[in-house]
Design a protein around this ligand. Structure first.
Ligand SMILES: Cc1cc2nc3c(=O)[nH]c(=O)nc-3n(C[C@H](O)[C@H](O)[C@H](O)COP(=O)(O)O)c2cc1C
Length: 186
């Protein structure tokens, strides 16, 4: 399996409206593959405007927020591509699509890094951040995973949140846990 880096990808449509989505970028040499499952606004945008930014952030509320309808994260213009990046990014990459492999389910868009910038020091790992990322993945698959698997994994992940979370991780966790509860109550 290749290395996959979990990032916040921003793309724009032809009118310049930004779209934000957590996506795992797949390493391929010095390039990164964006692989959106259809249907996808990220894919539609990249077919129209073949540029993206990948923001690297330890504020896991952005990941949890995008999976729970909270898309309003501050952005600022990038320098080399016509797409914004997260204001709160520790670092970000500016990406240009150089090759598209179409697929009925999951096209692969190979991106070249045209600029990579560091903004803020990375302050180390936190287990609750990893737990929130895993919970966000579970929430993105609520429609296809069995209830007992989701509830068991959420209970397991919560131990790291309970023991190590700061306020941002706790808030992100609560958004995701509420979404899981609402899904199974519906
Ligand atoms: C950490 C993380 C990684 C994800 N990686 C992918 C991915 O590689 N491809 C994908 O289609 N969705 C991925 N998702 C789910 C998308 O964020 C979500 O489905 C989103 O709405 C994408 O659809 P859009 O392009 O229409 O916004 C990921 C979610 C999380 C939390």
């Amino acid at each position: 399996m290749p290395l996959i880096r979990e990032t916040i990808v921003i793309t724009t449509d032809r009118e310049g409206r930004a779209h934000i989505a957590p996506l795992g970028l797949i390493a391929e040499g010095d390039d990164w593959i964006i692989a959106p499952f259809r249907p996808s606004s990220t894919l539609d945008n990249l077919m129209a405007v073949p540029f993206a930014t990948a923001s690297h952030t330890d504020d896991v509320r952005v990941f949890a927020g995008c999976l729970t309808g909270r898309y309003d994260w501050p952005t600022v213009a990038a320098e080399e591509v016509p797409v914004p990046r997260l204001v709160g990014a520790l670092s970000h990459a500016e990406l240009a699509v150089v090759e598209t492999k179409d697929d009925a389910q999951r096209p692969h868009l190979r991106c070249r890094v045209v600029r990579l910038v560091t903004h803020t020091p990375f302050m180390g790992f936190n287990r609750a951040q990893a737990a929130v990322l895993e919970a966000a993945i579970l929430v993105s698959r609520l429609h296809m995973l069995p209830r007992d698997k989701i509830e068991w994994e959420m209970a397991y992940l919560y131990t790291a949140v309970e023991k190590t979370a700061g306020p941002r991780e706790r808030e992100a966790w609560d958004w995701l846990a509420d979404k899981v509860r609402a899904h199974f109550q519906a």
